[in-house]
Design a binder for this molecule. Structure first.
Ligand SMILES: [Zn+2]
Length: 277
């Protein structure tokens, strides 16, 4: 009898604490929807490694939900989240006009055919999510996606995947050493990666955090190559990191920290300078 009374008191105390936490804590966990669905190329190893690394232990202030289902990208589901994280997800849209061959070609359908392309209604849901004040984080082949959808191109700064001429060790210049997503790096960092080239330079509309040191790959054909940047879209915040091809990149603590800080910036939990540079 005595034990039962203690148990009751214990439960009441716990319940009170739970209620107080729910109402009073200013910092609720950042709710992150991590989309790893692929309709184009799949970075199997990098996605697996990212799932091992994106945990409550690594980021106690975040709650990660992973999905492989493009149908999860809808207004009702998105409203549960603070940040949408397109993590090596190579998604495709329904062509604006399926009878127009140019329109169909622009969306880069995979040769094997496609199920569950992201519909116009889903595109509107993603646009509203970001524009109305939430966050978007995009890693690596998250920019090898959504061809033919002009608003997505605008949201991520203007450039989508064009080619990857360099898969090797190269030097990355840290352009903003005060931003929380890059302040833990030195003036430069060397890593083995697949270095995407984008078809348009996002610098004009974005705040560049890191760029490829073109001398380290011997490329004299271009003068600028941003690799990580942040930007505003409407009331929302966008973090793009073009790095993240290899599982070993994900296993680097400095890379993981950069991505986690980028998610916090996208969520509006960390202040950051968004001015173009
Ligand atoms: Zn890749």
């Amino acid at each position: 009898m005595r034990m039962r009374r203690w148990a009751t008191i214990g439960m009441t105390t716990l319940a009170c604490n739970g209620a107080a936490q729910k109402q009073g804590t200013p910092s609720q966990p950042i709710r992150v929807l991590v989309v790893t669905a692929t309709q184009g190329f799949r970075h199997t190893d990098a996605i697996a490694a990212s799932k091992e690394r994106l945990t409550a232990d690594a980021a106690p202030d975040m709650r990660f939900d992973f999905t492989e289902d493009p149908a999860a990208l809808n207004a009702r589901n998105l409203q549960q989240y603070d940040v949408l994280f397109l993590n090596n997800s190579t998604l495709r849209i329904t062509p604006p006009n399926p009878r127009d061959s140019a329109s169909v070609a622009s969306v880069k359908w995979p040769r094997t055919g496609l199920t569950n392309p992201v519909t116009r209604e889903q595109q509107e849901a993603i646009i509203s999510f970001v524009r109305d004040g939430k966050g978007l984080a995009v890693v690596h082949s998250g920019v090898d996606a959504f061809y033919g959808w002009s608003e997505y191109r605008d949201i991520v700064g203007g450039g989508l995947f064009q080619s990857h001429p360099f898969t090797r060790e190269a030097r990355v210049t840290v352009e903003d050493r005060t931003n929380p997503a890059t302040s833990h790096f030195g003036p430069s960092v060397t890593l083995k990666e697949e270095y995407y080239y984008l078809d348009r330079d996002p610098r004009a509309t974005s705040h560049v955090l890191m760029s490829l040191d073109l001398t380290s790959v011997g490329d004299t054909t271009r003068t600028d190559h941003p690799l990580a940047f942040i930007r505003r879209y409407g009331n929302g915040r966008v973090y793009v990191n073009v790095l993240g091809h290899f599982a070993d990149t994900w296993r680097r603590d400095d890379y993981l920290k950069s991505v986690l800080q980028g998610i916090r910036i996208a969520a509006g939990r960390l202040p950051a300078d968004f001015s173009t540079r």
